[in-house]
Design a protein around this ligand. Structure first.
Ligand SMILES: C[S@@+](CC[C@H](N)C(=O)[O-])C[C@H]1O[C@@H](n2cnc3c(N)ncnc32)[C@H](O)[C@@H]1O
Length: 215
């Protein structure tokens, strides 16, 4: 299965933070996702496809009494994440691993959060990743995702072609066609909702939430 790096090619990874900051309204949508995750001290949170660690750091700084774990398949980007966390003095474990084969026991996280990962995954990998997220979440635990969503209008659809040219058409199609909520339901999640849509320079970014049933 092809692995898509943060900016498609490994040699572009060092440019990732400025590119995302200026093209995706990153601070706005990530802050809102952190607020929606309603994280509490003592909880264990997994940031799936954590990249350079921006979301994991935001979460840990918002609620310092949490245990935050970031997972990514790219060792180079994990080094950037570790350096960033160290620079701001927060303790986050960054693990190398694949989203569809999580190295964690069942029922071990209160929240799984993930931004801009799902559009990197084939449909099969999306389903397998959601099965893994469902497994590692505790009953009643929540999944909060921020990723490219159904285009709100023709302009957003047109701009999203830039993302598709960079990241590929196959992995991004389900996002822009609005299929992620259906995939969450198929994985067993309840209370699936799209809580916000953001018009950005590269298309619509949507926030999604879903809950693992208590029994
Ligand atoms: C576009 S970046 C998003 C990074 C970060 N979450 C953010 O919001 O800035 C996608 C990240 O997912 C990682 N990734 C892609 N496929 C993955 C997989 N199957 N398992 C784990 N990480 C993966 C890439 O290495 C990259 O860091």
């Amino acid at each position: 299965m092809a692995y898509i790096h943060a900016l498609r090619f490994s040699w572009l990874t060092s440019l990732y933070d400025p590119v995302v900051r200026w093209t995706t309204r990153e601070a706005t949508f990530k802050r809102r996702l952190v607020a929606e995750a309603t994280v509490e001290n003592g909880q264990r949170i997994l940031d799936l496809g954590c990249g350079t660690g921006t979301l994991a750091i935001l979460l840990k700084r918002a609620v310092p009494g949490t245990e935050v774990v970031g997972l990514d398949g790219d060792v180079k980007i994990l080094d950037i994440a570790r350096t960033k966390a160290e620079a701001v003095g927060v303790d986050i474990a960054f693990d190398e691993g694949m989203s569809f084969e999580l190295p964690y026991p069942a029922n071990s996280f209160d929240r799984v959060v993930s931004t801009l990962l799902f559009h990197h995954l084939t449909r099969e990998a999306k389903h397998n990743t959601l099965a893994e997220v469902f497994r590692v979440l505790k009953p009643g635990g929540e999944l909060h995702v921020g990723d490219w969503g159904m285009a709100q209008n023709g302009l957003m659809r047109g701009l999203f072609a830039i993302v598709q040219l960079l990241d590929g058409f196959e992995t991004t199609a389900d996002n822009v066609e609005g299929r992620l909520p259906e995939f969450f339901r198929e994985a067993g999640f309840n209370d699936v909702r799209v809580s916000a849509n953001y018009a950005t320079a590269l298309g619509t970014i949507s926030l999604y939430a879903a809950v693992k049933p208590k029994s």
